[in-house]
Design a protein around this ligand. Sequence first.
Ligand code: ADP
Length: 501
Amino acid sequence: MAALNLHKSNDAILAQLKDSRLFKQLAYVNGKWIAGNADIAVTNPADNDVLGYITSLEKSQVDHAIEAAEAAFKHWRALSADNRAAGLMLWHDKIKENREDLARLMVLEQGKTLDEARGEIDYGASFIRWFAEEARRAYGETIPSHIPNAHLATIREPIGVAALITPWNFPSAMITRKAAAALAIGCTVIVKPAEETPFSALALAELAERAGIPAGVFNVVTGDAPMISATLSCSEKVKALSFTGSTRVGKLLLRQSADTVKKCSMELGGNAPFIVLPDMDIHEAAKAAVDAKFQTSGQDCLAANRIFVPREKFDAFTDAFATEMQKLKVGNGLDPVTDIGPLINEQAVTKARKIVDDALNKGAKLVAGKPQSVSDGNFFHPVLLTNITPDMAVYREENFCPVAGLIPYDTLPEVIAAANDTEYGLAAYVYGHDVRQIWTLMRGLEFGMVSINSVKMTGHPIPFGGMKQSGLGREGSRHGFDEYSEIKYYCLGGLNITGGI
Ligand code: ADP
């Protein structure tokens, strides 16, 4: 086993933290911090400097994590809902107490702005509180019997060990949104965070340990993503798998999970339309569209990827959007004036460049924005494109970068068809006032979440999830338990229901 590798480069993180024990470079399995057979560097997207190292577990250690989670499940599920809720509330409180440290750690490994990171910590913690409360109300139902002298009912039972495979764009909340539901209903979990942003996950494990969550209930494994994910998804002992990430990897995990008929929930990204209605104030709509496009530097599955504007208002909207966009400051996420932090890594920058080049080669017009230069590193300045057509990557793909595309439309049926012309179906935005038009869009749009006149739409009480290839299942809300539980029906026959009357 390799020893903990305390390189000098840890200084950048340690300088930001009040509590340096939140910075962990080992995996957390069965209540212990363990090392694998190698170290993997984690870099800061703002300058590509090494922030620290994670340990790369061997397959046998991942198998051990599964066994530990399976053993812990027997005890954790047997606790009363009140007991599990109390543990989760303590975890929630510790996260809130350490909000600033957790946010700073996130900025260093993810790049987003400090305000966005603080918001993510609050958002992530809210799921723990919500599901701690919901755990106590995970009711079953009684069913009027069709069988003479029988009592029929259902109870909800935790499914078992759940594997949670999470992405780098929301390194903390994508873990808590899944883990809160799983733990509250009585499952134990193994988290595999993205290799770009493991420190947020490991800090959550440190706080779970401090909250007294028992050994084996919350585990974090790090290292070789394909090996760990395959070990989790092929294991018979893992009963549920929840994934947030790319469609490509999601499909791979679904295939790998087929042999064990695992319960899979998937959040595979989006290609959100933002539809401005003819009666909408242009400036208000442009401001909202800029908000909906550029949060997390555009690396958000809810980002407004395709912005549809009535043709007669197109030029005015384009000007208003460009004006708002040009107010955004690109820089280090720790700098309080920054609106747009760096992209996650060089590959993300290359992909963003390709999206712009592809659009320009196919006839798009660059209306505003500074072309990316090598000296920008991972910082990508926002770009506004018009003359967008459906054959362009910027229209087809989840572009995950600060590149906005505006598209004119003439009629409501036309814009509904265009908005739905994508394999994705996660979120859509509508801005306008006419109730009939809004209602027509609400019903016509093939998206799991439709937000009308509000950029903010997510949170603990709502069912987050998509239609079509955006995924399977829902996270948050009372529906969030469905992914981690089974409904057990029972029939108690042979009763004397009349009680001798
Ligand atoms: P993104 O495009 O957001 O980076 P990915 O799907 O690549 O999304 O990553 C999401 C999660 O999937 C991460 O935890 C990552 O480690 C994991 N992952 C990436 N590639 C693979 C793979 N080949 N097999 C299994 N898991 C993977």
